[in-house]
Unconditional design. Sequence first.
Length: 345
Amino acid sequence: ASAAAVMASTPEEFKQYLETIPAHQREIVKANVLRGLSMSQGPRITYISDVEGHWPYFCSFVQKSEAIRFAKGGDPLMARSDGDLDLVLEDGWFFVFGGDSCDKGPGTLRFLRAMVLLKKKYPDRVILILGNRDVNKMRWTAELAESELALDRVKAVPTPFWIPKNGQFTYLQHLKQVAAAAEQVDEANVTDEMLAKHSCKANKLKFLLDRDMGSRGEFEFRRQELALLQQVGEDKVDDDAVVRSYEEQLAPGGCMREYLELAQLGAIIGTTLFVHGQIINGCSEEDAITSLGVVPGVEHRIADVFEWLAKLNAWGAAQICEWKEKPTWSTPPTEPTRDSWADRG
């Protein structure tokens, strides 16, 4: 599932829920029942997750929602300005976006901007959750650095540790294919000079999106969106312009950077816990693995779910601050291990 939620409308339903989770976790959850909140008259929440750049999908959601609407009339599919993207959240409602704003459609820039504007407009009633497709963009300030395009680095960069062995494919392999096609030679005849000629940010970014992040086609989706925003033909948006848009979204004031600054790893509204992905994995008490109470760097599990979430969100915010302070490699990775890929800054 894209979001995990622990939810009940009555105390009895909550007790029934407790019986479905591993025994060693029941006291952790039970300790937070009610916490002064009514379980029979909970808050009104409108929720959407994993938009992944599909602006028409989000517009359809808004059209069907009784909680949120566009402030302006007209066709939101053609939205271009902040005024077009302005949303109204009705009184008495919370809005939760469950994470994964980008990567698979021609609307990432507009959706990110809409979320940032909405959060700033209703800071106490809008919750933005950090998804894997959001936080992994912090990699680009290191991996798209000019130093990473030099041929010695291209040859030295290993396959990331998170890529399974049957899917491992390096930027060097990708670059050989690109150079061979461009120079009309067999891959075996690609020279270092050819590799150096074609090692650029656009080719590295296409590789990362297509072969590393599961976002095949996203580079062209971004070209389409830029063409719409600039009201020009797609042929007028070159590869360098596409790359710049990705870099600008991570720069101070950029829409992705602001999203990362405003979002959090989890939230509790009423008796509902929102995170991106799973917190309990497994179908039986014997094989269940849970992340409830776990915070990186803290040796013990935190029993109180509110304390746990506060510390988890603080840890997440600290990681984003660290990235902003140290956006590039201190020691570039040379091995396909977690430790080798961790030394940014």
